[in-house]
Unconditional design. Structure first.
Length: 167
């Protein structure tokens, strides 16, 4: 089956949960979270939930477990908290698999490098699956979110979910 055929099999509308990790943002200043929600809506995906949490492992874990426990949710997209912090290690512990998606983030770092130079090597963006759902973690910057959503996530999200659901 061709790539196009695989993509065509994916559901048209997915239920997505967006989590912003930040000690300083709220709903009015969360530009990256708003960008993710808008990009998902433009692709006709549904917002199953949206939370802003402090960059504290226990808060992040609670929100991620909430999102993953929701039977309607098919994909969770986290932005922020990807720096050198305990929060990132906590998120990594939830993934059951991230091998295939690792290649996606190699491409993301390459595209970031073209945009921001050597600072791209510090990106700890990663994706995989947890509890049968796609779990993606992005940097918190608006530019990184836009790049990832436009170039990688939106073109492949339906395909990623269909692969996890065995369809």
């Amino acid at each position: 089956m061709s790539v196009e055929e695989h993509k065509a099999k994916g559901k048209r509308s997915l239920n997505c949960f967006v989590v912003t990790v930040s000690d300083t943002r709220d709903e009015t200043t969360d530009e990256s979270g708003q960008l993710i929600k808008s990009a998902l809506a433009d692709e006709k995906h549904l917002l199953a939930g949206y939370r802003i949490v402090k960059d504290e492992p226990t808060e992040i874990e609670a929100r991620l477990r909430e999102a993953l426990a929701n039977e309607q949710v098919e994909a969770v997209i986290v932005n922020g908290g990807t720096g050198i912090s305990p929060a990132m290690e906590l998120m990594r512990s939830l993934w059951t698999t991230r091998e295939k998606a690792r290649r996606v983030w190699e491409i993301f770092r390459y595209l970031s490098y073209q945009d921001i130079g050597s600072a791209a090597i510090m990106s700890r963006a990663v994706a995989g699956s947890a509890q049968g759902k796609v779990l993606i973690s992005l940097p918190g910057s608006k530019g990184a979110v836009r790049l990832a959503m436009e170039k990688l996530i939106l073109p492949e999200l339906r395909h990623m979910v269909s692969q996890l659901q065995g369809k």
